[in-house]
Design a protein around this ligand. Structure first.
Ligand code: HEM
Length: 514
């Protein structure tokens, strides 16, 4: 008996010591080693506090800078949205280390080094950090956006064909159909005397409708519940992950946890409805005539007995990832572009004239889109000034050499896309102004300094989809309405995962005759 007790105590002691060692290593020894190695190479940064790092400093700076709306519609927004980046880069230079709790993050703006980091050379040894993956575990789980290493490689190869040019062409009709419905609703709103609308609400519904129809063989009405629940889940998960820096956070009871669990179960049930209706022969008959989208590909992959194992759980995570990634960013791109065109009437007129010349009275088709060059320049300039994704994170999982730096395993590299897009050294003195002309030529700047969709093999898999949808929707809006910014519009960009207008974008619409 005494031997059993002794053995149990020893085993418990072993596990306790092991847990203590892992905690000390992860929260103190490894970060300190990384800090020393970077300091030796001349990369410094603000002093960190034990466990919380610089989290409090960042929260205080950001909440002060966004506490009020901007006085005018100025596009000079880096100081407002990234005051910590501005302050620390002035003190420590353009690459510095700050601390997200105990996770060291190196801010990197050197576009040569960024290109190398995002290239195929390092794609399998860099990815999303533990904190990021843990933070979105209950939201998009192990879907493509959060996958790493060989899992990422397999998942990317499965979904990529759904976003190839040939496949996308079959979606143009759906995109036109959904936009026509939105235009009809806008005309009805104007007809009932409501000629000022918050256009972001319409555009968010439109992009949700489009992704539901093209990739999930379902309508917005069916997908609507998913979007509403996903949005709530995203907010809750973001709130609960504010405490991820606390060691053992996972085991501490949280007021959010039960609600998250409940929401997750509801979303999973809805996903299952969509997945099972996709295996319904009648539905398959309907969808094959249009070319089935992403869901069809995932379902086919799940049936395979060999190779990479796509489980039902992973298919659900992938669906959530694409529902989320596929609509919000594109809605923001469209919303910001509408704000820019509503405040720049001459560019609005030029774009409208181009659409009339290229498309005539027809709806935009895949053949028209490459000819809409001014619209392309306008969209690019909009994403330069207001990139929906303002930061690109990459943690390195092996020691690597990047430019003149030796980057130790475990260091997260954060690329401040917004700051790069507004850098006067890269874009000239008018960096904060709306000037689509700068995209008239395929210059050096385009390839190196412009990162709205990231770059390299892990760039945005939906880039061509987003550009196609962006052009179709804007071309149709330009031919249906002239628009100006409302006096009610308050300019207040904020960054909550994505860069968004705090109060939406209110525009005054004047319809052309249908
Ligand atoms: C204007 C619209 C969009 C912007 C600005 C945008 C931006 C980005 C960026 C910057 C990344 C890299 C994120 C990172 O690695 O941390 C990314 C990845 C991704 N995007 Fe987009 N995106 C847009 C539209 C879309 C659409 C329409 C879809 C799907 C239909 C989509 C699906 C994804 C997915 C699944 C990834 C992860 C790719 C991977 O890790 O291999 N995105 N996007």
């Amino acid at each position: 008996m005494a031997l059993v007790v002794t053995m149990t105590v020893l085993v418990l002691l072993f596990f306790l010591l092991r847990a203590a060692w892992i905690t000390v290593s992860c929260y103190y020894l490894i970060p300190r080693r990384i800090q020393r190695r970077m300091a030796k190479q001349g990369v410094h940064g603000p002093k960190r506090k034990f466990l919380i790092g610089n989290l409090k400093d960042i929260a205080a700076l950001v909440s002060a800078s966004i506490s009020s709306d901007m006085e005018s519609i100025s596009h000079d927004i880096v100081r407002r949205l990234m005051p910590h980046y501005v302050r620390w880069s002035e003190i420590y230079g353009k690459r510095f280390i700050y601390w997200y709790g105990s996770e060291p993050r190196m801010c990197l703006t050197d576009t040569e080094m960024i290109k190398e980091l995002l290239s195929s050379k390092y794609v399998q040894v860099s990815g999303k950090s533990w904190i990021q993956r843990q933070g979105s575990k209950d939201f998009i789980g192990k879907g493509l956006l959060m996958a790493n290493g060989s899992n990422w490689f397999h998942q990317r190869h499965v979904v990529a064909p759904a976003f190839m040019a040939d496949k996308l062409k079959t979606h143009a009709g759906y995109m036109v159909e959904c936009t026509n419905q939105m235009i009809k609703s806008l005309r009805e709103a104007v007809g009932s005397g409501d000629d000022e609308v918050e256009i972001g609400v319409y555009l968010t519904q439109l992009t949700a409708d489009t992704i539901s129809r093209t990739e999930f063989d379902t309508s917005y009405e069916k997908g609507k519940e998913i979007f509403v629940l996903l949005e709530r889940l995203q907010r809750l998960v973001a709130q609960s992950s504010r405490y991820l820096w606390i060691p053992g956070n996972r085991f501490i009871p949280s007021k959010y946890r039960s609600e998250i669990k409940e929401l997750k179960a509801q979303i999973d049930e809805l996903m299952m409805d969509i997945i099972s209706s996709s295996t319904d022969p009648a539905e398959i008959g309907r969808t094959t005539s249009y070319g089935r989208g992403l869901l069809g590909m995932l379902m086919a992959e799940m049936q395979k007995k060999d190779g990479f194992n796509y489980t039902l759980e992973l298919v659900k995570d992938e669906c959530k990832t694409f529902f989320f990634a596929g609509h919000e960013t594109t809605a923001l791109l469209l919303t910001w572009t509408m704000m820019l065109l509503a405040t720049n009437p001459s560019w609005q007129e030029k774009a409208r004239a181009e659409v009339a010349e290229v498309c005539g009275d027809e709806p935009p088709s895949p053949e028209h889109l490459p000819k809409l060059t001014l619209l392309n320049m306008i969209i690019n300039e909009s994403m330069r000034l207001y990139p929906p994704a303002t930061l690109l994170p990459r943690m390195v999982f092996e020691d690597i050499k990047l430019g003149d730096l030796h980057i130790p395993k475990g260091l997260s590299i954060w690329i401040p896309v917004l700051a790069i897009h507004h850098d006067e050294d890269l874009w000239g003195k008018d960096a904060h102004e709306f000037n689509p002309e700068r995209f008239a030529s395929r210059s050096f700047a385009l390839t190196r300094n412009f990162l709205p969709f990231a770059s390299g093999p892990r760039n945005c898999v939906g880039q061509a989809y987003a550009m196609m949808e962006g052009k179709i929707v804007l071309a149709m809006l330009l031919s249906s309405f002239s628009f100006t910014i409302s006096k009610k519009y308050r300019h207040a960009p904020i960054n909550i995962l994505t860069l968004r207008p705090k109060h939406g974008v209110v525009v005054h619409l004047k319809p052309f005759k249908p």
